[in-house]
Design a protein around this ligand. Structure first.
Ligand code: ADP
Ligand code: MG
Length: 432
């Protein structure tokens, strides 16, 4: 049976020729509806009569939300851009469209892209048995010649105790951002025991972050060293693993962690850091004392971050913990503006509509809005953990994956204005 396709390319000069050619010839594609705009396309998608959409970059009001909704409706997307318009192509990719072609491509090529997009949940697998062995196969430069110009952004994924889902969000955010074409480094900086290597099925023997911090402490950390210490999971995704043994926390000196993040910004456009929960420090807060403090590394990350995500659970106990944690954060970093992500959203623990009630309660107690809600999705989360793979790999259409992709679109989309923020390390940072 032919693939049923919606098009939304109205206005483009090549529309009728292309749609005609696609439809007419034996490409295995039937255009079931020509949509005039984004709302028309979303309405068509909701009818369940098509498996794929062909849209043009010029489509007005096309955003990540629309692409995510197409995904939710089970409609795979292929984008078309004016030949040579690389910016439009990059934008479409950033919105979550993995397959983008010039509009003058042969109809057969376009039809093939549509078929691949529909088949496509399965992306190329990876072999992670040995990071250096995987490098040439994946086409990853083992010298950092292809690094993006400019300064990457650091996003700290933090939150209170009680396993609200910091690691799940950090891994999902990094993986999705990488899939959106953003070069990403995921850093496991949980000083209470890092689990990212396990979560991603990496056979990790030595924590990359500790190695990098050691070199930073010795003043010998450079980009090449950082590349060596990080796993290249895919061309756009590298991982600096953390301390599997919590008692090794003194290896993560705050100053060194800060230096590692500075170098990390040169390696990747986006640096996602999975943090510990604790901020308390029983002595005066200061980074640069001789005796290391366990939570100093977390503070160093939060202080270096351009964006701090505060991940909260969605039940009353978890929300209460988040309120307290946000108070603590205000004490140590008064100018930080955490972005609230309420995870594990479900009906039950909160009466009424949980989104509405939680948003209202959070606003009341913290004066802050909830920026993102992520649904509880036990099946998808368990499938990912069981296989040591990411949600995009094991449950690409799951609600949690789709929500994490929208989060990544929002986080990665911000055009890097490194926010002027007074932090404890401001001067040092400015100097570096
Ligand atoms: N949205 C979600 N739906 C279902 N399970 C989740 C979700 N987020 C996290 N989990 C699960 O909750 C547990 C704790 O999550 P994790 O990310 O390790 O928390 P943290 O890093 O905050 O300690 C894990 O088993 C994880 O799979
Ligand atoms: Mg964790």
């Amino acid at each position: 049976m032919a693939l049923q396709v919606f098009t939304a390319v109205t206005g483009a000069s090549w529309e009728s020729t292309l749609v005609g050619a696609l439809d007419r010839n034996a490409h295995g594609v039937t255009v079931v509806r020509r949509c005039v705009d984004v709302s028309d396309l979303l309405a068509a998608a909701a009818t369940g009569t098509g498996q794929a959409a062909l849209l043009s970059a010029e489509l007005r009001r096309l955003d990540g939300e629309a692409i995510a909704r197409l995904g939710e409706a089970g409609v795979a997307v292929v984008g078309l851009v004016e030949p040579g318009d690389d910016r439009a192509a990059a934008r479409l990719r950033q919105l979550g469209v993995d397959r983008v072609l010039p509009a003058d491509s042969e109809p057969e090529l376009i039809a093939q892209a549509l078929r691949e997009a529909v088949a496509g949940a399965a992306e190329p697998g990876r072999d992670v048995a040995d990071p250096s062995a995987a490098l040439p196969a994946l086409g990853v430069p083992d010298t950092p010649t292809e690094r993006p110009a400019g300064r990457g952004r650091v996003v700290a994924v933090w939150g209170p105790t009680g396993a609200p889902g910091r690691t799940t969000v950090a891994v999902g955010l990094a993986d999705e951002a990488a899939r959106l074409g953003v070069s990403t480094l995921l850093v496991d900086a949980d000083v209470y025991g890092g689990v990212i290597s396990q979560v991603l099925g990496l056979l990790d023997e030595s924590p990359g972050l500790a190695g990098a911090a050691r070199l930073a402490g010795a003043g010998t950390l450079d980009l090449a060293a950082l590349v060596r210490l990080a796993w290249a999971v895919r061309p756009q995704l590298r991982v600096l693993t953390g301390l599997a043994r919590a008692d090794r926390w003194p290896e993560l000196r705050p100053g060194a962690v800060g230096t590692v993040l500075e170098e990390a910004r040169r390696l990747a456009e986006l640096v996602v850091v999975d943090c510990s929960f604790n901020l308390e420090d029983d002595e005066e807060l200061s980074f640069d004392t001789v005796a290391p403090r366990r939570n100093g590394a977390t503070l160093a990350v939060l202080d270096a971050a351009d964006t701090v995500l505060c991940v909260s659970g969605a039940d009353p106990v978890a929300l209460q913990r988040s309120v307290r944690a946000l108070d603590d954060l205000r004490d140590v970093l008064p100018d930080a503006e955490p972005v609230l992500v309420v995870n594990q959203l479900r009906r039950g623990p909160v009466p009424g509509d949980p989104r509405v009630e939680i948003a209202a309660a959070v606003e009341r107690f913290t004066g802050r809005a909830v920026s993102f809600f992520l649904p509880v999705d036990r099946d998808a989360a368990d499938a990912a953990l069981a296989s040591g793979r990411t949600l995009a790999e094991v449950a690409p259409r799951s609600p949690l994956r789709i929500a994490l992709r929208s989060l990544a679109v929002a986080v990665a989309d911000v055009a890097a204005p490194s926010r002027e923020r007074r932090g404890l390390w401001r001067d040092r940072r400015a100097a570096g």
